[in-house]
Ligand binder design. Structure first.
Ligand code: MLT
Length: 238
């Protein structure tokens, strides 16, 4: 039986923890949910970039690329799109490269590249990600992105869903995320209410992004499995 491990922040990864394994990077609010939507609506690829300046240069160098992302939750000046999954419709992103920089999610993707494969996981594609991992058979590490260096409850909830569905042999931290998810769903009366109780959800709701929070809580609505090829620097739909 394969094993499943988890870290609540990419900074908690230790030497070789990812080597020979599949990493699933999770940023429920909102980077990985947005990546799933962009690819699901026909973007050719998503190019994750850690910094705003780096993203400007990358978008400039790629013909017709869209410059996308956020800082402090909002679209930086001169960007085409923010980090709201609802913006990434087919008529906007179809056939295009989306150069994306976000505060935590794109950083976490780059910190996970020691893994054999790097997948982007969200609540919306949880079933597709689990099907992919089951078919692959290698051990898995869930890498929660967090928020500004702090653990994010919503990422741990997303990780807990994956632990639950896979039923692999769980490390203590993976088991902890499963139990937190199970307990929170019971305590709050549903996954969406648990997600809405998180610090980052409250901040997004204050900024007017309550629809994004609701959207990100839909379980298994997308069949897209985004795969990050760090050599090429692109995330493509599997
Ligand atoms: C991030 O990467 O920090 C998030 O996706 C922030 C956001 O909600 O836009």
């Amino acid at each position: 039986m394969p094993r499943i491990d988890a870290v609540a922040l990419p900074d908690y990864l230790v030497d070789d923890q990812l080597r020979g394994r599949i990493a699933v990077v999770i940023d429920v609010l909102r980077a990985t949910t947005t990546i799933v939507e962009a690819l699901g609506h026909g973007a050719r690829c998503v190019v994750p970039v850690a910094s705003v300046d780096g993203a400007r240069v990358m978008a400039h160098d790629r013909d017709g690329a869209l410059l996308c992302g956020e800082r402090g939750g909002v679209k930086p000046e001169g960007f085409s799109l923010g980090n709201s999954p609802l913006e990434y419709t087919g008529d906007v992103v179809g056939g295009l490269d989306c150069v994306l920089t976000t505060t935590n999610g794109t950083r976490a993707l780059h910190l996970a590249t020691q893994a054999d494969e790097v997948l982007a996981g969200a609540i919306t594609n949880v079933d597709a990600v689990c099907d992919w991992i089951r078919a692959d058979g290698r051990d898995v590490v869930l890498v929660c992105s967090g928020t500004d260096g702090r653990v994010s409850f919503e990422d741990c909830l997303g990780a807990g869903l994956i632990v639950d569905r896979l039923g692999f042999v769980a490390s203590d931290s993976a088991a902890m995320m499963f139990h937190a998810m199970e307990g929170a769903i019971e305590r709050f009366g549903g996954l969406r209410y648990a997600v809405e109780s998180s610090f980052h959800a409250k901040r997004l709701i204050e900024l007017g992004f309550e629809d994004d929070v609701a959207f990100a809580c839909q379980i298994g609505t997308s069949s897209v499995v985004p795969m990050f090829d760090s050599g090429v620097g692109e995330i493509l739909a599997d």
